[in-house]
Ligand binder design. Structure first.
Ligand SMILES: *[C@@H]1O[C@H](CO)[C@@H](O)[C@H](O)[C@H]1NC(C)=O
Ligand SMILES: *[C@@H]1O[C@H](CO)[C@@H](O)[C@H](O)[C@H]1NC(C)=O
Ligand SMILES: *[C@@H]1O[C@H](CO)[C@@H](O)[C@H](O)[C@H]1NC(C)=O
Ligand SMILES: *[C@@H]1O[C@H](CO)[C@@H](O)[C@H](O)[C@H]1NC(C)=O
Ligand SMILES: *[C@@H]1O[C@H](CO)[C@@H](O)[C@H](O)[C@H]1NC(C)=O
Ligand SMILES: *[C@@H]1O[C@H](CO)[C@@H](O)[C@H](O)[C@H]1NC(C)=O
Ligand SMILES: *[C@@H]1O[C@H](CO)[C@@H](O)[C@H](O)[C@H]1NC(C)=O
Length: 851
């Protein structure tokens, strides 16, 4: 349910709606909005000494059809309002900033201690509505902590186009490039490159498998230790469709497979998919390819109702008689923590039970041995197991678990880390003992580790001591890098504890770490961390030294540089309001939560003079989705764009957010629309009380659950906001429950943990009324400010009808509403042009109502 703050078609789909009375001034139409915002205006006047603000004379580019409430699309080729040209130029400058997506570390072939880092970066290509990915390499010489080395970058980056996945082999001697087919009948292409040339190109016909998964969830491509085989996850071939017509009973097809005249293909049975972002995607299945012969074979022994993913090779057994084997994650077709035979939506939902399995690997080209292999469950007893990684010495299999999510029904929760000791002979018999390495943290004392919030380990997360594992995890409003000694379970923060910035891990080599650091006011930088030799990796954070490996001559537009230089941010501690005195709070849920405040002007201190309140930048409250997700102190170009337009931002990590311990997270279940709304208002009170915001100029912006909160806030606290902007918001849970791919979410968030047992595919009228009561639509009649909606027509998580129902109800009440509908977008609205049009309109809309 999360929509990150990232992220349109001016043409036919753009609606500009208003039903307010207005008048024409020359060719422009000026709405009379005083009436509908009377109390807002009064509040403003009292604060600003009665002066009439520009807000009143705002101009809408709209014609009479619009004024009468009819839908009008701008005429062909019409440009956006001239006043938005400057914003458009500024936003394009932010979009030109490259982002660092991945990096691979390759040991030095010179036999020295140094290594190469191949960095994959990307830039948005707006005209093509696509992303450009390009690679650049930097050589890191063997360093001593005291000296700052001279890094040698390759002279230019090179664009890799059309690649779905890029996977270097463990030694770095080869790289696999996967090119997925553009249509259902073309083959999938696997290219194996050596240091100087293409070694082999494998074409896999659609009758063997469809696209290879590169979705970051089922996705898994693994080179065997000897680099002779690759295991990967692909869509099983399409079922053949029935043929009807004259010769249908024989074959209906000629020898070329073409339909005979007079015959046609029917549809066949409906095949259920995994919901949001998996529309029409077939079951993920495992395959192994022989790199030198190009032979490809399916992995046998996996039950049909299991979707397989995240495959890795098990260590090569000491005896060569033992066949090579694979470990993978399997998700059953129905989530057994909810009583329903269906596939509940998978994307963003860590509460789907999953297990590790072990299976014998096929040898492509050879007939399978007579005893058919059968996949066996390795992680029985733990309701969730994913991201399997073997230690370099092959003695340990480590994995992450979201058992707290599976067991509570929350779509995301505090994770845990576990380990299975792997037998040297590679023979897995009977139940393996599972050791807990990091347990779920219920609540933490101030400054202490709040629990593990990591959903993915990098391909090789190990230091070369074979027992220290590094990962990135949310720690309150920051993302940090942690080093964990898997044998003892001790843990330390590796990323610099001095900064409030956020970190992510890219790769490791020897005892060096390559990472990214960024903040709301600073774009990503590539960082190198190293451990002085002899130091224990998990003793305090001090032994890690960090230095930047800056990409040479990386320049940004002057207006971006200037705007970013004056921005400042801080993390605020917000005391938890006591929402319901009768409800007994768990210790963790009474602890303070956080909000990130970003100021565009550099000053986070209030002006001393009361009269200067007008000089305080207008505030945008930004709310993440989920609700079990988090706003982090990392760079976001869309957020930075809004800051550059002159807005202060307040990202509220209301209770229920990740990174604050399990009790605080669980406190929101059953209380959505109340506790989270109260938390946002408490954070707003805090910044207003501190003189950091003008109470008369506050907007709220959010997507998904953040959009749910934006709509709730303008309904429940109509005098506190000037406008609300909602991206694919949840507006009416009682209607969403029947059409979303995750009806379980509606039950758990509205009823609490009990929603798991009371979940039903056929909600009773009583249940529907509870779902209605927690929805923004229950407060619709109190809304009195203009609202902007950005909707993705292909969203299966919060189907577009949910937003439209709310929009139509607001219009029927005479409220000003603007809607942009993106016909091809999903829940995240993250296709480059859609993202751009969304945030350009958000910026222009905010300027219109807030300055
Ligand atoms: C880290 O760097 C500082 C200088 O920047 C140096 O004094 C210190 O010895 C280094 N520490 C280690 C463990 O290498
Ligand atoms: C049906 O199949 C038979 C034998 O394959 C062939 O002779 C005949 O022409 C086919 N009829 C049509 C209408 O395609
Ligand atoms: C797979 O490739 C290896 C070389 O890497 C070759 O020796 C072997 O015969 C191939 N196996 C099959 C079954 O084709
Ligand atoms: C769920 O939590 C993990 C961290 O545990 C985070 O990486 C991921 O983005 C979260 N997913 C959503 C949808 O918020
Ligand atoms: C790990 O790498 C460091 C160099 O970065 C080296 O000094 C050390 O000996 C290596 N340890 C092992 C166990 O290979
Ligand atoms: C909310 O959804 C329910 C169930 O579909 C529906 O009966 C009701 O009319 C909706 N409310 C509004 C105001 O649209
Ligand atoms: C769940 O169902 C039980 C039995 O019907 C009922 O007593 C309980 O109130 C329900 N819980 C919720 C949160 O609706």
């Amino acid at each position: 349910m999360a929509v990150a703050l990232v992220a349109a078609s001016a043409s036919a789909s753009r609606l500009l709606l208003t039903t307010n009375p207005g008048r024409f001034v020359g060719c422009r139409w000026v709405p009379q909005r005083r009436g509908s915002h009377g109390s807002q205006q009064k509040l403003r006047s009292s604060v600003s000494g009665g002066s009439v603000r520009r807000k009143d004379s705002c101009v809408v580019r709209a014609m009479d059809q619009v004024a009468s409430g009819k839908v009008m699309s701008p005429s062909a080729g019409e440009k956006t309002d001239a006043s938005s040209d400057a914003e458009s130029e500024l936003l394009q400058a932010f979009y030109a900033i490259p982002s660092i997506d991945k990096a691979w570390t390759i040991p030095s072939r010179k036999g020295e201690g140094g290594f190469d880092v191949v960095v994959a970066m990307s830039q948005v290509n707006l005209p093509a509505n696509a992303k450009r990915t390009f690679l650049s390499t930097v050589y890191i010489p063997e360093t001593t902590a005291a000296t700052t080395p001279d890094y040698h970058w390759s002279p230019f980056p090179f664009e890799i186009s059309g690649a779905s996945l890029i996977v270097p082999s463990p030694s770095g001697a080869k790289v696999l490039i996967i090119r997925n087919p553009k249509d259902a009948t073309s083959p999938t292409k696997l290219e194996i490159w050596g240091p100087g040339q293409l070694l082999r190109e494998i074409f896999v016909p659609s009758s063997v498998h469809g696209s290879i998964y590169g979705d970051g969830w089922f996705e898994g491509v693994s080179w065997s230790q000897n680099e002779e085989f690759v295991a990967y996850v692909a869509e099983e071939p399409a079922l053949s469709r029935p043929i009807f017509g004259q010769n249908a009973s024989t074959s209906g097809q000629n020898s070329n497979g073409a339909l005979e005249a007079g015959n046609w293909k029917g549809q066949g049975d409906w095949v259920e998919d995994w919901g949001e972002s998996y529309s029409g995607k077939r079951r993920p299945v495992l395959f192994v390819a022989n790199v030198s012969t190009g032979a490809v074979q399916v992995v046998e022994g996996i039950a049909r109702d299991v979707s397989a993913g995240q495959v890795v090779w098990a260590p090569q057994a000491a005896s060569s008689d033992t066949p090579q084997s694979l470990v993978f994650v399997g998700w059953s077709s129905y989530a057994d923590n909810f009583t329903t035979p269906r596939k509940l939506g998978m994307k963003y939902c860590f509460n789907r039970p999953c297990y590790l399995y072990h299976v014998e690997a096929p040898v492509p080209g050879k007939e399978p041995s007579n005893a058919a292999p059968v996949a066996t469950k390795l992680s029985e007893g733990v309701s969730s197991a994913f991201s399997p990684r073997f230690s370099p010495n092959g003695k340990m299999l480590v994995f992450l678990s979201a058992q707290a999510a599976v067991n509570s029904g929350a779509h995301n929760a505090t994770n845990s880390l576990h380990c299975i000791d792997w037998p040297a002979d590679g023979i897995i018999s009977g139940k393996r003992q599972i050791r807990d390495v990091i347990n779920v943290v219920q609540h933490a004392e101030e400054g202490a580790f709040p629990g593990l919030y990591c959903s993915n380990l990098i391909a090789n997360p190990w230091l070369n001591d074979s027992s220290t594992l590094l990962l990135a995890s949310s720690w309150r409003s920051q993302q940090v890098i942690l080093a964990i000694d898997v044998e003892s379970g001790t843990m330390t923060k590796v990323s610099s504890s001095e900064s409030m910035a956020s970190w992510n891990i890219l790769g490791m080599q020897n005892s060096c770490v390559v990472a990214i650091e960024s903040s709301p006011t600073k774009v990503q930088s590539l960082m190198l961390g190293h451990l002085a030799s002899g130091d224990s990796p998990v003793k305090g954070g001090k032994e890690w030294n960090w230095s930047a490996i800056n990409v040479p001559s990386l320049r940004f537009a002057a207006k971006v540089e200037t705007a970013m230089q004056s921005m400042r941010y801080e993390i605020l501690q917000v005391p938890a309001p006591m929402t319901d005195p009768l409800k007994s709070l768990s210790e963790g849920s009474g602890q303070p939560f956080e909000a990130i405040f970003v100021s565009p002007t550099g000053s986070i201190n209030p002006p001393t003079d009361e009269a200067r309140i007008e000089s305080i930048p207008p505030l945008v409250v930004v709310l993440h989705g989920g609700p079990h997700s988090v706003s982090q102190t990392s760079f976001s170009r869309n957020a930075a764009f809004l800051s550059a337009l002159g807005f202060s931002l307040l990202h509220v990590n209301y209770r229920g957010s990740l990174g604050f311990g399990e009790e605080a997270l669980q406190s929101l279940l059953g209380n959505v629309g109340r506790q989270d709304v109260g938390d946002v208002l408490a954070a707003l009170d805090l910044v207003i009380g501190n003189g950091m915001a003008d109470p008369a100029r506050v907007a709220v912006l959010g997507g998904s659950h953040g959009g749910f909160l934006a709509a709730h806030l303008v309904g429940q606290a109509p005098d506190r906001f000037t406008t609300a902007i909602a991206r694919n918001p949840v507006c009416n849970v009682s209607s969403m429950v029947g059409i979303t791919d995750i009806p379980d979410w509606c039950y758990v968030e509205a009823f609490g943990k009990e929603g798991m047992t009371n979940y039903t595919e056929a909600p009773s009228v009583k249940d529907l009324s509870v779902l209605y009561q927690c929805s923004p639509i229950a407060h619709l009649s109190k809304v009195k400010v203009p609202t902007l909606f950005l909707l993705g027509a292909q969203d299966r998580r919060v189907p577009v009808s949910n937003g439209f129902q709310y929009v139509q109800a607001l219009r029927a009440r005479g409220q000003e509403v603007k809607v942009i509908l993106f016909p091809e977008d999903l829940h995240a609205i993250d296709r480059p042009q859609s993202d751009f049009e969304s945030f350009l309109n958000i910026g222009v809309w905010l300027k219109r109502f807030m300055q």
